[in-house]
Design a protein around this ligand. Structure first.
Ligand code: SF4
Ligand code: SF4
Length: 377
């Protein structure tokens, strides 16, 4: 089989617009044991796909994805932006969105480029091969393979951190049976030293130990992946995050090296820091129109409005009360229940009579249960 030039592959990756590239052998990840412990302890929460036996097998053996897999070509694409001041992002009347979601859906941006890359590799090798392209979609321990490909170390916040670029980049990869002439050396395992900033800054104490993230406590997991009811005890800690959370990345000292795209703030902040009032009034049609090009579309309107209710409850701003009262009539029980919680947060005594009255008409058992719990029945 042809041996490809690693230098040519890297040069092509940069030509295609990727900012980082590393090449490693398609060997098992050194963090496999830690991943299995994490699953066994239930820290993947309701992300059942993380624990599916067929997916576990793939993580153990890349050959289960691509027979005769030889090589893993990892790429990174920067997403850092510095266009809106913190005072806007953190304003309690706005809902904050994690930076990775400010732009177009990264799957739509990276996947086509990786497909072009994949076709180019086959042309270079003068042969058709069975290889796979993934953008956050494959059952592989992406960050750990990227560390093996020399692209950075895994921080105590579990992110892949490049010592001179921070962690604001997406990862993608090609698993191929093609071989290359030179493989990258793994990056040193850690450069965190005695720093514990990310562990201390997490609003929900989601790190039981360094490099272990308990998704059951993570704002990012709850606002994006959790399709149902959010733990009442955690909600007050969410602040104004309505989609993801950047806290454990933002506090990292390596982030000062992160390349940041700078430009004037856009007029429309709907994918950055939308006004909570707008989110709380979102209809299905508005939602689809606003977020069609964004990864936010994946969580659907009901989860975004649920998250906005929590942020509204945390805002301390009682001008949200009338809109939240209207949401007690929303067609989605999840929204009704979280709106009830927000009303109770903003003014418990005023909410008590509203909710007592509403409870009699609430026909969804979970929403009913939520209101009952709020009222202390
Ligand atoms: Fe904690 Fe936010 Fe990091 Fe999740 S994303 S671990 S909530 S700081
Ligand atoms: Fe490591 Fe400190 Fe960054 Fe956390 S904040 S990942 S401990 S360097």
């Amino acid at each position: 089989m042809t041996i490809l030039s690693a230098a040519n592959i890297k040069s092509k990756a940069l030509d295609l617009g990727f900012n980082l590239v590393g090449i490693t052998r398609a060997a098992p990840s050194p963090t496999l044991a830690a991943y299995k412990r994490w699953i066994n302890q239930g820290m993947h929460a309701n992300m059942g796909y993380m624990a599916r036996p067929d997916r576990v097998i793939r993580r153990e053996d890349l050959g289960a994805i691509v027979p005769d897999a030889q090589t893993l070509i990892m790429v990174g694409l920067d997403y850092g932006q510095e266009i809106v001041p913190e005072s806007v992002l953190n304003h309690p009347t706005r809902g904050r969105i994690a930076m990775y979601a400010w732009g177009l859906d990264y799957h739509d941006v990276m996947q086509p480029q990786l497909e072009i890359f994949s076709a180019w590799l086959q042309k270079e090798a003068s042969q058709q091969v069975n290889q796979r392209v993934y953008v956050d979609t494959g059952a592989i321990l992406e960050r750990s393979h990227a560390q093996q490909a020399g692209m950075g170390f895994i921080g105590k916040n579990t992110m892949l951190i490049h010592p001179r670029r921070g962690s604001n980049f997406f990862l993608g990869e090609i698993i191929t049976p093609l071989a290359v002439d030179i493989y990258d050396e793994p990056h040193q395992a850690t450069m965190c030293g005695t720093c514990t900033r990310c562990l201390n800054a997490c609003p929900t104490d989601a790190f039981p130990e360094p490099r272990v993230l308990d998704a059951r406590r993570c704002i990012s997991y709850h606002t994006i992946e959790n399709k149902g009811w959010i733990d009442r005890d955690l909600r007050p800690r969410f602040g104004n995050w309505v989609y993801g959370c950047d806290v454990c990345q933002d506090v990292c000292p390596f982030q000062r090296f992160s390349p940041k795209f700078k430009q004037a703030p856009p007029d429309d902040l709907s994918t950055i820091a939308p006004r909570l009032e707008e989110l709380l009034r979102l209809t299905e049609a508005d939602f689809k129109e606003r977020y069609a090009q964004s990864p936010i579309v994946r969580i659907k309107r009901r989860r975004l409005v649920r998250n906005a209710c929590i942020a509204g409850g945390n805002s301390g701003d009682d001008t949200f009360v009338p809109i939240l009262r209207n949401l007690l009539q929303d067609s989605e029980p999840l929204v009704r229940g979280h709106a009830a919680w927000a009303l109770y947060q903003l003014d418990a005594s005023a909410a008590t009579s509203t909710l007592s009255h509403h409870m009699d008409n609430e026909d969804d058992s979970e929403a009913h249960q939520e209101i009952k719990a709020l009222l202390g029945h």
